[in-house]
Design a protein around this ligand. Structure first.
Ligand SMILES: [Zn+2]
Length: 157
């Protein structure tokens, strides 16, 4: 059996990175409202890898003793942040993208069912739609998958 894919907790400074991890299909949560202690507790309880830009957090005992895996992200640019995480954890696009808003796995949406949920031009020109069971948003290839492809190129390049 292949190892399960890593899942992540992005700290309050990584609100753009969390969206990209989800689009790539990784389970990634973001709770900027909670404090460091609760963040570390959730990481330990759920086996999430903490991604943080805060060097002080890296000095917490939960990380020092190996109770929580964590990685310090150096860049403030999201493209570079994703490259850092991809290099560190061997990330690549997963078969099932997740909703960038709420982390739910997106479901394939049959073309005819998209008719009332997207602009007419999009309905006529796009062939592949996905919908989010969490927030109900509909995603389609031109806007979203193209960005994923671009990001895939930036990871490998
Ligand atoms: Zn959603």
């Amino acid at each position: 059996m292949p190892a399960p894919e890593p899942c992540f907790f992005c700290d309050s400074m990584l609100g753009r990175l969390v969206r990209w991890l989800r689009l790539l299909g990784y389970d990634a949560v973001y709770h900027p409202e909670i404090g460091d202690w609760e963040m570390l507790r959730q990481c330990a309880a759920e086996g999430r890898i903490l991604l943080t830009r805060d060097r002080r957090v890296m000095e917490r005992w939960q990380i020092g003793r190996g109770q929580v895996r964590a990685a310090l992200i150096g860049s403030d640019k999201v493209e570079e942040q994703l490259k850092e995480a991809a290099a560190r954890f061997g990330l690549e696009p997963q078969p099932e993208p997740r909703c960038p808003e709420d982390n739910a796995v997106l479901l394939a949406l049959p073309h005819e069912k998209a008719r009332d949920r997207v602009p007419p031009y999009v309905y006529q020109t796009q062939t592949s739609f996905r919908s989010c069971p969490g927030c109900g948003r509909v995603y389609w290839q031109a806007t979203h998958w193209r960005r994923i492809e671009a990001m895939r190129g930036s990871i490998s390049g």
